[in-house]
Design a protein around this ligand. Structure first.
Ligand code: NAP
Length: 296
């Protein structure tokens, strides 16, 4: 009899547009591994613990965790990796002998594509747009892998930016952090001096994937911020060329696509589950093709 496949999946709310099943299943197929990755829509949030218990009873191998559960899931886990414990957010679970172990691969996933720019980032000012789960992983990555002079957390709700700043300041004061409201007047001086600008909000996501998002711009005169010495990093990967990246490139700035972070965090989760390297080039080419087709 054929052995059953090991089951993996993504737990979240409104997970229909995720590319994670495509990413992992292409890799499993390419390497001939007996694993299968699928989507699990879990809602309302009160169902989360029942979902975890059921998956454990059924012997599922692991999950990725996405909005709105990355932080909410933490109290239900048996152990956390050092990084997940630092940010109190989890995006990867491994069922290790009946224990749920939580990891955060977003941190390294964000850092890896930025490492070639390390000398430009170190000693420079950095702006992070957004104060949600992804922004939290971004700030942790900046603090763990780089030495920026200062990091500005910029959010439409300044109080949320302030809370994220305080979260990190409670742990260490080694990184200089400031909170700022997302409006042109308060941003004027910040944007002029920043070298690296990171979009950690969903702004710019294709309207078919996120119809409730009413704007593709963080603020009306977004284009004004770009010049050739700047670096733009957008966590959004659908479309691959977001308005943020398009403007940055048009003004001579270097750009990093959210697709690179998707691949890097996916590779790290893949390794946790399978012990093997993600066949990155095969998966990147397949993802680019898939995104291109869905953009037409
Ligand atoms: P989240 O926890 O919901 O946080 C979203 C942040 O964006 C919040 O600060 C939110 O502000 C802000 N925001 C939402 N709509 C906005 C708007 N119209 N204008 C200005 N700010 C807005 O989500 P997340 O987990 O941080 O994810 C953020 C984005 O990163 C998503 O698009 C996600 O797909 C992407 N991401 C990509 C990768 C990758 O591998 N490439 C990995 C992780 C996340 P409020 O709190 O005021 O709503």
């Amino acid at each position: 009899m054929k052995h059953a496949k090991k089951i993996l999946g993504l737990i979240g709310h409104q997970v229909g547009y995720s590319l994670s099943p495509f990413l992992h299943n292409i890799a499993f197929e390419h390497l001939g591994l007996p694993y299968f990755y699928t989507l699990f829509e879990v809602y309302p949030p009160e169902r989360l613990t029942a979902a975890l218990d059921g998956a454990k009873a059924l012997g599922f191998l692991g999950f990725n965790i996405t909005i709105p559960y990355k932080e909410r899931i933490v109290p239900y886990l048996d152990a956390l990796s050092a990084e997940a414990s630092e940010v109190k957010a989890v995006n990867t679970l491994l069922n290790q002998d009946g224990q749920w172990i939580g990891y955060n691969t977003d941190i390294f996933g964000f850092a890896e594509p930025l490492l070639p720019f390390k000398s430009q980032v170190n000693g420079s000012e950095v702006v992070v747009f957004g104060a949600g789960g992804a922004a939290r992983a971004v700030v942790q990555a900046l603090r763990q892998f780089f030495k920026p002079k200062q990091v500005w957390i910029v959010a439409r709700d300044e109080a949320k930016a302030e809370l994220l700043k305080e979260h990190f300041e409670r742990r260490s004061k080694s990184l200089k952090l400031s909170a700022c409201a997302l409006n042109e007047a308060s941003l004027e001086s910040v944007l002029g001096t920043a070298r690296l600008l990171i979009n950690a909000t969903p702004v710019g996501t294709d309207s078919t994937a996120l119809p409730q998002l009413k704007t593709a711009r963080l603020f009306p005169a977004e284009w004004k911020i770009w010049s050739p010495e700047k670096i733009a990093y957008d966590l959004v990967y659908r479309p691959q060329m977001t308005p943020f990246l398009y403007e940055a490139q048009a003004h001579g700035a270097r750009i990093i696509s959210g697709l690179e972070m998707l691949l890097a965090q996916g590779a790290k989760s893949f390794k946790i589950w399978t012990g093997q390297e993600l066949p990155r080039d095969v998966v990147r080419a397949a993802l680019q093709q898939q995104l291109k087709e869905s953009e037409h």
